[in-house]
Design a protein around this ligand. Structure first.
Ligand SMILES: CC(C)(COP(=O)(O)OP(=O)(O)OC[C@H]1O[C@@H](n2cnc3c(N)ncnc32)[C@H](O)[C@@H]1OP(=O)(O)O)[C@@H](O)C(=O)NCCC(=O)NCCS
Length: 332
């Protein structure tokens, strides 16, 4: 029987996915399992199936030293279309990594609209080539181990377990306050898009609202509001995903504070509260992208490590921003 289109794509994707998985598996905390390999293979095969796909390979199709590809995603996680790029190389092969930068940059010339690339930190040497076509770092994806992070946070600062010392109340977000919570997010990211350029988009906010509405109904969820009297001035959420292929039980965090409570150290207590709960739930890793100085400062203290760089066209912040807050991030 002739193989289906999917089988053919998977066969093409297999050597590329092997390259990708090899780099990924070097990261602390990543599970090098058959399931994770299968997931990576599916992800590369899906990328090869994108509309307007372009692929460049260094070496041969069956024994690549590096590859770069990009295609169009019609409805992305943020609700709009974008050009999605990915690429991998043997990180120990400097020539292949340099080729990767040039190939991704050449493909990026064929972009229209939003362009996004998740580049493993092992390929930092590719950044100058990408910068030459206007693609730069938007955020750094950091990974932390909740128990270690909590221990380090407490050893460094021992933040109070609530916000009463600041005259604020921290409690579960309740359904009647959902509208105010979404409005806060819209307001904050409309004013400061450099922290999340998609943060105030209606399509994105609709997804956030749906997720928060569900979390309001779920007694096990970790979705909190901060109130100053009867005014909602902050939202914090740790969302747990069970059994992800690379990390096992994994969490993402989402923090948005009104300017009136920013710069007062609220984040210390919020991390303590969320990390205590993640530790109790046996979460193996908390993973997320950020450009926020406060988040990067606490990440360094908590022993979080960088996994990848989110790149986009015309980034809001210079590379020096990330270098100054996470010294060493751009050094191999
Ligand atoms: C990012 C955010 C959660 C930080 O919370 P916060 O409680 O306001 O944090 P703070 O400003 O009090 O800073 C916490 C620590 O980081 C340090 N920090 C903050 N900005 C810094 C900077 N530019 N450079 C170096 N350190 C910085 C502070 O000095 C502080 O440490 P200290 O208490 O020892 O002095 C909050 O400001 C916010 O909601 N911002 C808008 C939404 C957003 O960007 N969310 C995060 C997206 S990833």
């Amino acid at each position: 029987m002739a193989p289906s289109a999917t089988d053919a794509l998977r066969a093409r994707a297999r050597p590329l996915a092997a390259l990708r998985h090899r780099t990924l598996a070097r990261h602390r905390g990543v599970r090098d399992t058959a399931e994770a390999r299968a997931w990576t293979l599916d992800a590369v095969a899906a990328a090869l199936a994108l509309p307007h796909v372009r692929l460049r390979v260094l070496g041969t199709a069956t024994a690549p030293r590096a590859f770069a590809l990009q295609g169009l995603v019609r409805e992305g996680w943020h609700g709009r279309s974008y050009v999605s790029a990915l690429g991998d190389a043997d990180p120990d092969d400097a020539e292949a990594v340099a080729w990767l930068g040039r190939a991704l940059a050449e493909l990026a010339l064929h972009r229209s609209g939003e362009y996004l690339l998740d580049l493993d930190v092992a390929y930092r040497a590719a950044l100058p080539a990408l910068a030459s076509v206007g693609v730069g770092v938007d955020s750094v994806v950091l990974v932390g181990e909740p128990r270690e992070a909590l221990e380090r946070l407490v050893a460094h600062r021992d933040p109070p377990p609530d916000l009463r010392h600041l005259g604020l109340q921290l409690g579960r977000l309740r359904r009647p306050h959902l509208g105010a919570a979404v409005a806060l997010r819209r307001r904050v990211f409309a004013a400061e898009p450099q922290w999340a350029w998609f943060g105030a988009w209606p399509e994105h906010l609709a997804r956030i609202e749906a997720a928060w509405a569900e979390a309001c109904e779920d007694r096990a969820s970790l979705l909190y509001a901060i109130h100053a009297g009867d005014q909602l001035v902050g939202v914090c959420h740790a969302s747990i995903q069970e059994d992800t292929p690379w990390w096992g039980r994994k969490a993402g965090m989402d923090l948005v504070f009104d300017p009136s409570i920013q710069g007062r150290g609220v984040i210390w207590t919020v991390y303590r509260v969320l990390l205590e709960r993640l530790t109790r739930r046996g979460v193996a890793a908390f993973v997320g992208g950020t450009a926020q100085p406060a988040v990067m400062r606490l990440a360094a203290l908590m022993g979080r490590w960088p996994r990848s760089l989110n790149l986009r066209s015309q980034p809001s912040l210079p590379l020096a921003h990330f270098q100054s807050h996470l010294p060493g991030i751009l050094a191999g």
